[in-house]
Design a protein around this ligand. Structure first.
Ligand SMILES: [Zn+2]
Length: 313
């Protein structure tokens, strides 16, 4: 498979890259499908995203005004979930961690309806994929209230990990301690969006204070040798998302994407799509973009691909 991966990159051959086993460990489930899939499914033409968004809120605004009108409410979410599994099947994603918000779970009728529906999509589109559902909370949530009702979602043992997303500057990381302590009782892998817009120090603090096992994004860490050493020593993996970071303006370009710095400083990294529907780049293309920009070479990219396939904390 390594040879096929190399050939795909050298020859710019998407078909070859699609056949290579890959992971996608950071995917927001409601935005994990391809625009082309959604267009075909809904029988509409959807607008292409702009080359850059004005940060997270600009992205959210574009999604709400441009894509959502075609696929809103419970029905729209279910279609987008289905498309996310279809993409995992198409792209040979053999390890998939996707996150789901409690609001979406409630919208489709709670855990009793949610779990069989999701497992149905998993079985239909990518039965051989190791699927690791992640529960995610927006940073603006009422932490105490969400902690109190966490058992409702976690007692079945369906979720494998926890995440907090939606803005690093909404509240101090200390505020999320109750949520993460409870997640620990259920032995969830602890992840959080940090170091996407934030600094190296923000990454270190979040890892130390919340006991994170992994970080979604975390590219801010590349500006500090000391923090990279801390992450490497503690085997904290960063699940980075190149197109997301470039399009939101958190990284200058693919060529200057800080993944090389992180990799060379011994930090474990994986490559992921984040919001495929909005960034218009599926996982094989993320590898291709980094290779073509000269950000990393063949062996390094393959090393990172393998890291994603075998890296359960
Ligand atoms: Zn994300």
């Amino acid at each position: 498979m390594k040879d096929l991966f190399f050939e795909g990159l050298i020859e710019n051959d998407t078909e070859k890259l699609l056949r290579v086993p890959k992971s996608d460990i950071h995917v927001h489930s409601t935005k994990g499908c391809r625009r082309e899939w959604l267009e075909e499914r809904l029988n509409v033409d959807l607008p292409k995203p702009p080359p850059k968004f004005d940060g997270l809120w600009g992205m959210q605004g574009w999604f709400t005004s441009t894509i959502k009108p075609y696929c809103s409410g419970a029905e729209g979410i279910i279609v987008r979930w289905e498309g996310s599994f279809a993409e995992a099947g198409r792209n040979n994603i053999t390890r998939l961690a996707m996150n789901f918000g409690v609001t979406e779970i409630e919208l489709v009728g709670g855990m009793e309806t949610f779990v069989p529906m999701i497992e149905g999509f998993h079985k239909k589109y990518c039965p051989d994929t190791v699927f690791e559902p992640e529960i995610t909370y927006v940073a603006a949530c009422d932490v105490q209230m969400e902690t109190d009702r966490m058992d409702e979602y976690l007692s079945s043992g369906y979720f494998r990990s926890i995440d907090v997303c939606g803005g690093e500057d909404i509240k101090p990381v200390e505020d999320f301690i109750p949520l993460y302590r409870k997640a620990e009782q259920y032995r969830l892998i602890k992840r959080m969006h940090v170091g996407e817009s934030g600094s190296a120090e923000d990454v270190r603090r979040a890892v130390e204070i919340l006991g994170l096992d992994e970080v979604h994004h975390g590219i801010g860490a590349a500006s500090s040798k000391e923090v990279m050493r801390f992450l490497a020593d503690n085997k904290i993996q960063l699940n980075v998302c190149p197109s997301s970071n470039v399009m939101l303006g958190y990284a200058k370009s693919y060529k200057e994407y800080p993944i090389r710095t992180l990799y060379e400083n011994g930090v474990k990294v994986t490559i992921n799509t984040d919001d495929l529907l909005l960034f218009d780049s599926s996982i094989e293309n993320e590898y291709l973009l980094l290779y073509n920009a000269g950000a990393l070479g063949l062996e390094e990219l393959n090393d990172i691909r393998m890291q994603g396939l075998c890296s359960l904390p």
